[in-house]
Design a protein around this ligand. Structure first.
Ligand SMILES: [Zn+2]
Length: 174
């Protein structure tokens, strides 16, 4: 499969090693480095709180890839209400968390390449078994990202994403 072999880039003409199927994001888009160490603000690997009043959890936004066996993953952050956040963190280490009802949340990662912005899309967050990040299900709107989650994407689109992230300025840049 082309995932391991890499791909011939239509942008720069070179062969790039490996085709990424996931992209991370280390903090919610609202996080600023100046928050570090300030009261009520903390950024962890899985959780984030800003000013004691905005609560985020890290999650996986999966897109089916119709011509591959693997799903494509945008690693994202989702804003939860304080009661939902409290409940999720209370259940964090409980095996029964997988049976928790879904939590409503606002997408809090501005993903590249999408118009209009992905910020504040409505989502449902589904808890998974311990050790696995929760998954995000977008409200079934006409937003391009929501359409991709419903309909799936192709390997060609996965490559298109890789090329556009490698060469943000287009064919002229390297
Ligand atoms: Zn390239």
């Amino acid at each position: 499969m082309s995932v391991e072999l890499g791909f011939r880039c239509s942008c720069c003409g070179q062969r790039h090693a490996g085709l990424p199927f996931s992209y991370g994001s280390l903090a919610p888009s609202y996080w600023q480095e100046s928050f570090e160490g300030s009261p009520g603000s903390v950024l962890g690997d899985e959780h984030c709180v800003i000013g004691g009043e905005h609560f985020f959890v890290r999650a996986r936004l999966l897109l089916p890839v119709v011509d591959a066996e693997e799903e494509f993953e945008w690693s994202v952050w989702v804003s939860l209400s304080e009661p939902s956040f409290d409940r999720m963190t209370t259940w964090w280490t409980e095996p029964g968390r997988v049976d928790e009802p879904s939590y409503f949340g606002w997408l809090s990662t501005e993903l590249p390449l999408y118009e209009p912005t992905t910020l504040n899309l409505k989502t449902m967050v589904h808890s998974q078994a311990i050790g696995t990040r929760p998954t995000v299900e977008l409200e079934p709107t006409g937003h391009p990202l929501a359409v991709e989650q419903r309909a799936g994407i192709t390997l060609a689109r996965v490559q298109d994403i890789a090329e556009r992230l490698l060469h943000p300025g287009g064919p002229a840049s390297s």
